[in-house]
Design a protein around this ligand. Structure first.
Ligand code: ADP
Ligand code: MG
Length: 728
């Protein structure tokens, strides 16, 4: 592999207002390294960090301006990394920048359009396509998705995510084995055999991340997310496995604490984020210094996790995302500065390991033990004395870590000592029988349930009933309020009917038919042309289960309120739009499927005609007694060229159908996610309403109690419309 520095790229997010021009310029004339110049506006330049400079220039490998498409980002930035991962090297791509500068958009993609899909889905698509092409090796792909929040790791693919808060989830911890390899305890690895399965995992993790987020805890700006594709390949019959990892990292917002001016919990978070970004920088700087023997990987969770994928024998790429508006100038400059420091790393300067004498001794001790074992085996010496307490404990530890190790290739090595081997078997047997006896009842949820079922006292029952009564009262009040508003709206609509360009979404094209309270279940589950394998369905149903789980608890009144809430929510427009696109794609897929079948039949017919023609020609040759045909048969030639044409057509249509299948899957997942989000925002709104009613405030100024949700400008607009409606 070519030795190189860490690649740094810049991407400028499109600005909403056009008057931001003149704040920066991109100079691409300098062929080798383009540069980005940030120009300080006059009013800012005076007092800017005690510095009279009016412009700053930064060099990048490439700079992607506002109009750059996701496709170009993938082709230029991610594809080369994916290629090196396929070749067996580790790789990391991370997005760095202040909140809202486009990190998530770049790494994962936009929430609405298929064309906005980001580096992760495109990379998955590319990798699976390449794996399919290469039949010389056996490939296995696993996915993990880790979130680091306040220096604690959480598994975004943990099924318990849906039922617990972040704090209750088991934390992912970093373990180091004697060979200094990093292992992440409590981080699940999921095998993905197809692009769709991998995509489902991505969306599952993203939905879990969203669920855990509350207005108070905007985890997405304060946490780092690492989506990792683990690839292993083996030649058939060979014992050597080649492994490579690709980390796709969406870092926390890089804004500085001083600027956010916050206290308490927020400050702790900011400290952690800044600290971990600071440690990332330290590691990067250390890697860039020649002859450094100590790389401070252990200082933070993130650098520990990325340890074998920063510098060294791997490709590391950073994307500096910039939101170049006047108020963001200083943050943008600091992002660019960070990028310049990152660019200093050279792979030849790398020392990817820390040398620790303690670990060295451990390793040598292990080797001595192994040699002793081997010697005992060769000399036939049998040991009969019982194993010591410490030896037994050690063995059990080995077995536990072996059982917990997700790696299908992991081995349980106890040496050539029959006593130990016997003990392992006994221990495993014991574990198995224990499991049979206690079996599935060990699941955490059923334990809770059991406790609940231990006959509730009448007092409890009474309390419950009272609560339900209170809930119903609230419901009625909320609904009455909504009804009033609806009535008002209807009147307004009547008055201003000349202005009406409204969308009659409710009755005709509501994404969820009103007569169907389980509307969320009515998702089309698969394209008519595709058969999804069971594991995909399993992931999706896990997503859906969460939603239906919530729905089942909904009373009728609440469901009705949900319908109205939904209709006024900006996200339903997205859902509706995507639903229309989906419909089109489905019918396109269907007719493509038909054309493909037609083409296949035609190919069959042409082949048959060619054979017949051939047989005829040979028969003719025999009857005319000319063994060698004088000239090529023009008829056969024509048939052959028709056949070739048809084959090409078939292939093109087939590829298109395959791409459609992925697009359909992606759109469905986007819709699922939007629906979960909608439900979540409704639940929050509902809870808020109920609380405010309980506090006994007159239920008139309903929306004054509404906590603002993170919303699209569109939905905020709608909400303010609602507010003004109310005040009239
Ligand atoms: P971050 O993850 O850095 O906080 P996001 O990726 O969430 O920022 O971007 C903030 C908003 O800007 C999102 O609504 C996103 O869709 C939009 N956005 C970001 N980058 C682009 C881009 N290149 N083109 C269009 N929209 C973008
Ligand atoms: Mg983000």
């Amino acid at each position: 592999m070519v030795k190189q520095t860490i690649q740094i790229f810049a991407r400028v997010k499109p600005t909403v207002r056009k008057q931001q021009q003149g704040i920066y310029s991109i100079d691409e004339d300098e062929k080798l390294t383009p540069s980005l110049e940030i120009i300080l506006p006059r009013d800012l330049a005076d007092g800017f960090v005690n510095n009279k400079r009016e412009s700053y220039k930064f060099k990048f490998q490439r700079i992607f301006d506002q109009d750059a498409k996701q496709e170009a980002i993938f082709e230029n930035i991610a594809k080369p990394v994916a290629e090196s991962v396929l070749a067996g090297y580790n790789g990391t791509i991370f997005a760095y920048g202040q909140t809202s500068s486009g990190k998530t958009f770049t790494i994962t993609g936009g929430a609405e359009r298929y064309s906005d899909r980001g580096i992760i889905p495109r990379t998955l698509s590319y990798i699976f396509e390449q794996l399919q092409k290469d039949s010389s090796k056996i490939y296995t792909t696993h996915i993990s998705y880790l979130e680091i929040y306040n220096e604690c790791g959480y598994d975004l693919l943990d099924p318990r995510h849906e039922a617990s808060t972040l704090e209750d989830l088991p934390k992912v911890t970093v373990l180091e084995d004697p060979d200094q390899n990093i292992h992440l305890k409590n981080l699940s690895l999921h095998q993905a055999t197809t692009e769709e399965e991998a995509l489902n995992l991505l969306f599952l993790g993203d939905t879990n991340r969203m669920i855990a987020e509350t207005p108070m805890n905007q985890a997405s700006t304060r946490s780092h997310c690492i989506f990792t594709i683990h690839l292993s390949s083996k030649e058939p019959g060979s014992a050597t496995v080649r492994r490579a990892k690709l980390h796709l990292v969406d870092l926390a917002g890089s804004e500085r604490v001083a600027k956010t001016g916050v206290g308490g919990q927020l400050l702790t978070e900011a400290k952690y984020i800044n600290l971990s970004l600071h440690y990332l920088e330290q590691v990067i700087v250390a890697l860039s210094e020649k002859h450094r023997s100590h790389i401070p990987y252990r200082n933070s969770m993130m650098t520990s996790v990325l340890r074998d994928s920063l510098g060294g024998n791997c490709m590391t790429t950073m994307i500096a995302t910039l939101s170049l508006e006047k108020r963001n100038i200083d943050e943008s400059i600091s992002t660019c500065r960070f990028a310049q420091r990152v660019a200093l790393i050279r792979n030849e300067a790398v020392l990817n390991e820390e040398i620790d004498p303690r670990l060295m001794i451990l390793r040598l001790q292990k080797e001595i033990q192994e040699l002793k074992d081997e010697l005992a085996l060769v000399t036939g010496e049998q040991r009969t004395e019982a194993l010591t307490e410490a030896e037994l404990l050690q063995l059990e530890k080995l077995i536990t870590s072996f059982l917990e190790d997700q790696d299908p290739e992991s081995k349980l090595e106890v040496g050539a000592d029959m006593r130990k081997i016997h003990h392992c078997f006994h221990y495993l047997k014991k574990l198995l029988t224990d499991k049979k006896i206690h079996g599935p009842s060990r699941a955490p949820f059923s334990e809770v349930k059991d406790q609940v079922n231990q006959g509730p006292s009448t007092e409890e029952e009474y309390k419950k009933l009272r609560e339900i009564l209170q809930q119903r009262d609230n419901e009625i009040n909320i609904l009455v309020n909504m009804l009033k508003k609806e009535k008002k709206k209807a009147q307004d609509a009547l008055h201003s009917s000349s202005m009406d360009r409204g969308e009659p979404r409710r009755s005709q094209s509501s994404p969820f038919p009103p007569g169907n309270p389980e509307g969320l279940r009515t998702l089309p589950l698969s394209a008519p042309t595709q058969a999804q394998d069971s594991s995909v369905i399993q992931y999706r149903s896990s997503l859906l289960h969460r939603k239906t789980g919530v729905r089942e608890e909904m009373s009728l009144g609440r469901q009705e309120a949900f319908e109205i809430f939904k209709r006024d929510h900006a996200d339903s427009v997205t859902i509706e739009d995507n639903k229309q696109i989906l419909k089109q794609r489905f019918s396109e897929a269907k007719s493509l499927g038909e054309s493909i079948n037609e083409a296949r039949r035609k190919i069959g017919r042409l082949k048959e005609e060619i054979t017949q023609r051939h047989v005829q020609q040979v028969a003719l040759g025999i009857s005319e007694n000319t063994t060698v045909p004088s000239a090529p048969d023009p008829m056969e030639e024509k048939l052959r060229s028709q056949l070739e044409e048809e084959k090409t057509r078939y292939k093109t249509m087939f590829m298109r159908l395959k791409a459609l299948k992925v697009e359909i899957e992606h759109l469905q997942l986007l819709m699922d996610k939007a629906k979960v989000k909608l439900q979540k925002e409704f639940d929050a709104w509902w809870a808020e309403e109920a609380t405010s009613l309980q506090v006994n405030s007159p239920p008139v100024n309903l929306f004054n109690h509404v906590k603002p949700f993170p919303q699209t400008p569109e939905s905020q607009h709608k909400r303010s419309q609602l507010l003004s409606n109310q005040r009239q």
